[in-house]
Design a protein. Sequence first.
Length: 252
Amino acid sequence: MQAAFFVYTDCADLPDFLLALLPTQPLQKQPAQGVFLRYDERGLSLCKAGEKGVVQVDFAAGAAEYRRTKGGGELIAKAVNHTTQPVVWDATGGLGRDSFVLASLGLHVCTFEQNPAVFALLADGLHRAQKQPALAPIVSRITLIHDNAAQQFATQIAQGKPDVVYLDPMYPERQKSAAVKKEMAYFHELVGLSEAQNDAELLQAACAVAKKRVVVKRPRLGDFLCNKQPAYQYTGKSTRFDVYLPTGTQIA
């Protein structure tokens, strides 16, 4: 279940492009509880009342910058077979990190995100990245679509089917694992965990539309998505990419 959200700003105004995206008017007073979006001179962030940490889409720093400059996306590159320059649809955009890695490999990526707050965070991050010479060519290869991917696929294929559909469903929390780190805790509170029925619909839609393969990101020791065994896998230290082939498609 997705949480309601509020937008708090300590700046005079939200940029027009964010006002057009957000379905709520900004508050001038910070909410007293729960997660909320905050806009300030650094951009749009996801925050939680009473806590200091924030979540922001920033492709110029942190993990995104490391993966761009140090080749941290090698395994995902193999999973999508990037040397063939496939067109990729990222059906679970989230904070856009995997879309950014794929675009940094020179691929054109269509990124779907249905949650309005997450979509706004992603749009703000891309907007800031477009102003940086080193990042602008990369993010220009990312097309954002604010919609449910499984429902939008039928419309989107009018512009051509993708070679690859990429899925990164929210992982279920393990009862005996350490506490989910703060960023994911905020994200879970805002978006909720994916439901099995939604996962099944998305996987089915992806397999129907992809021309070459569907790539699903999972924890290394996690169950198969919807208990469906993939054709093959790429396994790293903490993450695994399961590859599904559309009916009649040979490994490419």
